[in-house]
Ligand binder design. Structure first.
Ligand SMILES: [Zn+2]
Ligand SMILES: [Zn+2]
Length: 315
């Protein structure tokens, strides 16, 4: 199955127009993210990471038990492209004004004089070593996530391409292995994959940053915060602690933000946003939906819940 870039480009253009209408989003932020998203999409076409051998991926039975196909630290990436993107994105940030531009100037200088080794920074990102980025952020306290944003934005096109390639090796899950079908499921027109029994990503093992309801039955899909694979998950289960006790799960909507809701878990105190555009004429691009639904994050935090992941842009 080849990825349809033309369709992805159309969707991105439409989504950028939708984002531009959100008054709570600063125009400068929308313009930055739109610009980066467009460059990333073109970069995906060009990315040439060395693909892992199929024999190095987790076997089907272990994958069904929850072991990812490939641990995130083992993801290959196109080093040349990631370095070039890092430079391009740095230039875009330097052209903005304020703390983020100042932070990028410092990062660029440190790379030039050897104080910051970009290969090591990419490795820290792949290992999910957020303490490295948190510590580095102390050097740029006014814009502490700048390095993380740059690294993540630069490496993600490669990661997505690798994930898409290896995901074809995901085993098919037998329906009887998972949640019991409801009477609604019997009317199914499309045949979506069965839900996984774990909240984490079957391809790389990372946690999702957002959920989306699909099909007329409202099947629930998760979007991976690292490799951006979309996979079907159980209807009622926390993405972060896997608990299925319904009395501990709640959700709420936010006035003025149709198409989104917040699901909270009183077991682990995390929340996750859920997209539901089934009744709406809206384009869904999870990383941009994440930005579009920022008011829900403010509300969830106000209610005392924590977000299980960083924003999908690394800040
Ligand atoms: Zn993943
Ligand atoms: Zn939980």
């Amino acid at each position: 199955m080849t990825f349809d870039y033309t369709n992805a480009e159309h969707k991105l253009d439409k989504k950028i127009i939708e984002l531009g209408k959100k008054e709570f989003l600063p125009a400068e932020l929308v313009s930055l993210i739109s610009n980066v998203a467009k460059i990333q999409l073109q970069a995906e076409k060009q990315a040439a990471p060395a693909m892992p051998e199929v024999s190095s991926l987790a076997p089907a039975d272990e994958n069904i038990q929850g072991r990812p196909l490939l641990a995130r630290a083992d993801f290959p990436y196109d080093h040349k492209q990631a370095n070039e993107l890092f430079e391009s994105f740095s230039k875009i940030l330097i052209n903005l004004s304020g703390p983020i531009a100042d932070a990028t100037v410092l990062i660029t200088e440190q790379i030039k004089n050897g104080d910051l080794d970009l290969e090591k920074v990419f490795a820290a990102y792949l290992e999910g070593d957020d303490s490295f980025f948190a510590k580095y952020g102390e050097e740029t306290p006014e814009a502490p996530r700048t390095l993380n944003f740059l690294v993540q934005s630069s490496i993600t096109p490669s990661i997505k391409v690798v994930a898409r390639n290896i995901a074809v090796n995901l085993p098919t899950i037998e329906k009887e292995d998972v949640e019991a079908p409801t009477s609604v499921d019997l009317n199914i027109e499309l045949s979506p994959p069965a839900a996984r029994n774990h909240g984490h990503c079957p391809v790389c093992g990372s946690i999702p940053f957002i959920h989306e309801l699909r099909h007329k039955q409202g099947f629930r899909y998760a979007d991976c915060s690292f490799c951006h694979t979309e996979y079907r998950v159980r209807r009622l289960a926390c993405a972060y602690c896997d608990q299925t006790d319904q009395s501990k799960m709640k959700f709420f909507n936010v006035e003025g933000e149709p198409g989104y809701r917040v699901e909270v878990c009183d077991g682990c105190n995390n929340y996750i946003k859920t997209i539901d555009f089934r009744e709406m004429d809206k384009v869904s691009i999870p990383t941009l939906n994440d930005l579009e639904s920022l008011p829900l994050d403010f509300l969830a935090v106000e209610e005392g819940y924590k977000r299980g992941t960083l924003s999908s842009w690394g800040f």
